[in-house]
Design a protein around this ligand. Structure first.
Ligand SMILES: NC(=O)c1ccc[n+]([C@@H]2O[C@H](COP(=O)([O-])OP(=O)(O)OC[C@H]3O[C@@H](n4cnc5c(N)ncnc54)[C@H](OP(=O)(O)O)[C@@H]3O)[C@@H](O)[C@H]2O)c1
Length: 365
């Protein structure tokens, strides 16, 4: 298998380590919280890392915890009410386990804040699925806690680490396509019309913004940086969360980005980065482009393709592992200040869309 190697990345990507599977230090003992879709996909990739020990998994259900532990070979599994008749929720039992060094939180958004806070209070390093929290106030509180405890914390924006994105940034940084003037990105699918799904549930932080927008935003953020102004429109569904949103970002130098995220229709899921000398387009999904189309100076075109181990999550997992082994408390590729700035931007988008969550008024953070 070819593992891509890149050089010349922008400074904030300078910790990327392409040897994702090879050990970089003392093995880390992982605890996985939840047994849903992304927990399964990411754990499949985690098992590929030479220095990952699958120590413990927790679930609300005994059956799910046992099946997940059995499937991946976890040493211990925890579930609500057990084992040995313990009354605590499964994830709190896992967090009390001294054999666990780092936890991966893969529950819906609505549970992230409380679980990550408990993890940090129990002395665990944390990788938490996006969106890290529902509000920027929650994100700020978690960052302060992680820093006070000297523990590693990272939002699992895996798309920052994948080869296609890294390579696009390298091309842009080289100046090949000139000065970036606009970025366009879309991501969406038709979510089943079922209010029981986390993706629609207000209490779970449902809606397109918190579930999808981080991905198209990644391309604007990575190439143009933090915007000066944001203008958002969108529509709320009968479930009370956004089914569709469109965000225009304006930059001090006159550049623009337009992002569309939706749970109500299909789309190509592509990003385009337009420069004064050429452009780059992701041929397939902007989450993890396996192919980039590059139109360079004079209209010369080419396609670059990428291979990767697993499903693309090994890159962020290597970064978490490498950082913790090195005694770092955050990743320079996915810094905590970026998580906070993005949550602040999402707060602003929500206020423009008229989208509020109960977490907006919580007083216990
Ligand atoms: N990085 C990515 O590519 C990616 C892709 C999809 C989703 N995500 C993110 O991952 C997170 C989970 O998404 P998912 O698609 O995996 O969701 P999912 O399939 O619904 O799984 C979520 C799991 O969380 C646990 N859970 C704990 N409390 C819950 C509650 N109150 N309601 C429902 N489930 C609860 C459940 O596991 P137990 O039954 O075992 O307790 C459930 O299976 C979200 O933050 C989402 O944005 C990331």
């Amino acid at each position: 298998m070819t593992i891509p190697r890149f050089v010349g990345r922008p400074d904030w990507y300078n910790t990327f380590n392409p040897e994702t599977l090879a050990a970089t230090g003392t093995p880390l003992r992982w605890g996985v919280i939840a047994t849903g879709n992304i927990a399964t996909t990411v754990t499949t990739d985690l098992a590929l890392l030479e220095d990952a020990v699958l120590q413990a998994v927790s679930s609300r259900s005994q059956t799910s915890a046992a099946a997940f532990a059995d499937k991946f070979g976890f040493t211990t599994h925890y579930f609500d009410g057990g084992p040995s008749g313990a009354a605590a929720p499964g994830h709190l039992q896992l967090l009390a386990d001294p054999e666990v060094d780092v936890v991966y939180v893969a529950t819906p958004h609505g549970q992230h804040f409380d679980i990550v806070r408990a993890a940090l209070e129990n002395g665990k390093h944390v990788l938490c699925e996006k969106a890290l929290t529902i509000t920027s106030a929650e994100t700020r509180a978690l960052i302060e806690l992680a820093r006070a405890k000297g523990l590693f914390l990272m939002e699992a924006v895996w798309a920052r680490f994948v080869p296609g994105f890294q390579r696009a940034l390298e091309i842009i940084t080289s100046g090949e396509i000139g000065e970036i003037k606009w970025v366009r990105g879309d991501l969406g699918f038709v979510a089943p019309n079922d209010p029981a799904l986390r993706i629609w549930a207000p209490n779970d932080g449902g809606g397109a913004l918190l579930d999808l927008t981080v991905y198209p935003l990644l391309w604007a953020w990575g190439t143009l940086g933090q915007p000066e102004k944001v203008a958002a429109t969108g529509s709320l569904t009968s479930f009370g969360v956004d089914g569709l949103n469109t965000i225009t970002l304006s930059y001090a130098n006159g550049s623009q980005a337009q992002l569309i995220s939706g749970l109500v229709s299909q789309g190509p899921g592509r990003a385009t980065i337009s420069g004064t000398l050429g452009y780059i387009e992701t041929v397939n999904s902007l989450n993890n482009p396996k192919e980039l189309f590059i139109s360079g100076p004079g209209g010369a075109t080419r396609t670059e393709t990428f291979e990767e181990p697993g499903s693309g999550y090994t890159y962020q997992l290597r970064e978490v592992t490498r950082c913790i082994q090195a005694g770092l408390t955050e990743s320079a590729t996915m810094p905590l200040d970026d998580s906070l700035s993005i949550m602040e931007l999402f707060d602003e988008v929500r206020s423009q869309l008229g989208l509020s969550y109960t977490n907006d008024t919580r007083t216990d953070i």
